[in-house]
Design a protein around this ligand. Sequence first.
Ligand code: SF4
Ligand code: SF4
Length: 505
Amino acid sequence: MNTLVENQPKTDGHDPHGAAQEIDWADYRDHLTTADKDGNRRWVYAKKPAGFWYEHRTHLSWLLIAVMFAGPWIRIQGNPLLLVNIVERRFSILGQIFWPQDTLIFAVAMLLFFAGIMIFTTAFGRLWCGWTCPQTVMMEMVFRKLEYLIEGDSAEQRTLDATPWTRSKVLKKGFKHVVFFAASFIVGNTLLAYIIGSEQLLHIQLDDPRNHVVGLTFMVLFSLLFYAIFARFREQACTFICPYGRFQSALLDENTLLVAYDQKRGEARAPLHRNETFSQRRAEGKGDCVNCRACVAVCPTGIDIRNGVQMECVNCTACIDACDTIMDKVGQPRGLVRFASLNNISHGTPQRFTPRMALYSVVLTGLISLFLYLVFTRCDVDTTLLRAPGSLFQVTAEGRIENLYTMKVVNKTMHDIPLTMRLENLPGTVRVMGSGEFIVPAAKLAQTSVLIELAPTQLHQANTKLKLGIYNAQGKLLQTVTTAFAGPRESGHHEETEKHENERR
Ligand code: SF4
Ligand code: SF4
């Protein structure tokens, strides 16, 4: 005999003043569950989840939060783990410094990102959203938990919101918002550290504020943005702002693993009466769903999973835990709400690797291989060698031919690189103008003038192809660049050409 008694709620549990509001359970197709028919917001009072999946999600979120906050301070070979400095156009991923010049790598990385999303969503639905997305992790595992600590579980929160403003309510709400803003300030600063780098962030924080008006303004803006998201927008950030939820329906198919309600087993849903057995229920055509709405009560996006796949569902699995708890109580097998595909629920077919997934996997593997190849064969420097504007060639007193070039070098590492140059395909001399030393500062672009000198006997046409090797201080070849060397039309005519050049000057 079970002890679960009919407990059909009369409200949707989202409106603090909803005690007197009757719910039309069938109107979910007409509007978002978090908005009423007039478009007004219905606040979601999600009940604190508990259970197998929530426990695992909590452990994973600790790891993710630790990585997220430590990320800007972690260095790999002296480079940040992740840096997305859009302002200075410097990027570091897993300690590898990228420049805007690395367009091919960026293009492949973007393709990889989108292909990864496609295959992951096709196979596992929106697992990313519920389990690893920073917005969900911070909302559910930090801000929501702070709220439970300060205001209590959903019932207490609803009661608090419905009561008139008293001193204790002002204190409680005020305290919650101060804590929320402090947490948002930490999140905002972390994001800023990913953009400008942790050293720069520390510098802004510790230096005279008058020197960092822009940086401090962004610090406040980011803090306010996150405060607004976590204190106010919450699930609306996923529903209205994030594009991923919008296009997921184009990626899902009947074999996609989703958080799903087994309607074959659960319907017809009906409250469980005292002393009613499940054999009696089945004889009466009732299903295993006892219509307790525990799955709805815990949903952070306020939806009813029994209505099928919905845009708002972030696959957080809270409803699985809630329903499993109810099934344990009523003595029925777990899994009325579970991870399953439509085919699995409708036809009992096991999860399978579909041709669509296979195709995506091949594309993804190819892109990963290409990306790794490009990253690990990438030069530490990126050199551009162009003949100096307006110059052609010069003939020295010894009769050798000279060309002047402008050399630009991007240093993609976080240490200074002294460079030397050598001709690779012809004998000749290469001289750096000025001090004769060329050091490219860490993560910077440097420019110099380079004079290349060849014997006229090396030249057999007006333009001779040159290969210039760029070496570091240890003599390691970093890059080879090609350029054209201008000379007299015929090598024997260089004296005539010298005269011509001198006349031109
Ligand atoms: S329906 Fe379930 S899995 Fe989807 S968001 Fe709500 S609680 Fe999470
Ligand atoms: S928690 Fe399970 S039994 Fe209760 S309403 Fe949801 S699906 Fe039905």
